[in-house]
Ligand binder design. Structure first.
Ligand code: 6PG
Length: 227
């Protein structure tokens, strides 16, 4: 049994299609009511198909503002950068004004990049939608188990991430929960153990962001707990 705000879908493609629809709906509401749509994009590979589907959709793209949940401390053009994935799949395909896409300057190193991004996030809150993935250990963005992020900060430097590369920059829970909507995309059997732990009430970085009444989870059968 999964919670009411979780949606179980057949496979990764169904998750991507539903995620596209929910993101477009959130964009339409935000633009209609507030004149812009402030989206925090997720890193990793899970959201790639969702970004491809968004790129083929219609929206008032000039009203979109993209922020990043986290970034790997690699050169700005490195193929493993989250900013490169988002640029290749979405940013280069739709007319979101370049000055409204806010990559983390993670190439400067965790500390400098976190300090600079904190100023950008301060002016952006509250977000309209935060998109998040979840790792096999229950991490989300670059918030990892047994790696507490500093209280009171919006952006943190990560120096010893268990998932390579070790140096990263991440929004903290304080920033991630400051959003009208939070949407997790979780697919694949490698996530099943973490999903089961989450539903068993074990505290995970991902479940820490699951604000009552604000978060939704799209999950496929492969990642869902055994019945
Ligand atoms: C990152 C991501 C990370 C990711 C999860 C899931 O930079 O690595 O932000 O939090 O969302 O590790 O990754 P996959 O979607 O590739 O499984």
């Amino acid at each position: 049994m999964i919670p009411a705000n979780w949606t179980l879908l057949e496979d990764g493609e169904a998750v991507a299609l539903e995620a596209r629809d929910r993101i477009l709906a959130a964009a339409s509401e935000a633009i209609h009511n507030r004149g812009c749509f402030r989206l925090v994009v997720a890193g990793g590979r899970t959201p790639e198909r969702t970004y491809n589907l968004l790129a083929a959709a219609t929206s008032e793209w000039e009203r979109w503002e993209l922020y990043f949940g986290d970034e790997r401390c690699l050169p700005a053009d490195h193929p493993e950068r989250n900013s490169v994935l988002v640029e290749q799949t979405l940013g280069s395909k739709v007319p979101i004004p370049q000055h409204l896409i806010h990559p983390m300057e993670a190439e400067l190193g965790p500390g400098e990049a976190a300090a600079r991004y904190s100023e950008i996030v301060t002016d952006a809150l509250p977000f309209d939608l935060v998109l998040l993935g979840m790792g096999e250990d229950g991490h989300t963005a670059s918030l990892f188990p047994d790696h507490p992020s500093p209280d009171g900060q919006l952006v943190c430097a990560v120096h010893d991430a268990p998932k390579p590369p070790p140096e990263r920059v991440s929004l903290t829970p304080k920033a991630l929960v400051n959003s009208r909507n939070i949407l997790f995309l979780i697919t694949g059997e490698t996530k099943r153990q973490a999903v089961t732990a989450w539903l068993d009430g074990i505290q995970l970085p991902a479940s820490q962001i699951a604000v009552e009444g604000t978060h939704e989870v799209l999950i496929d059968r492969a990642a869902a707990p055994y019945p």
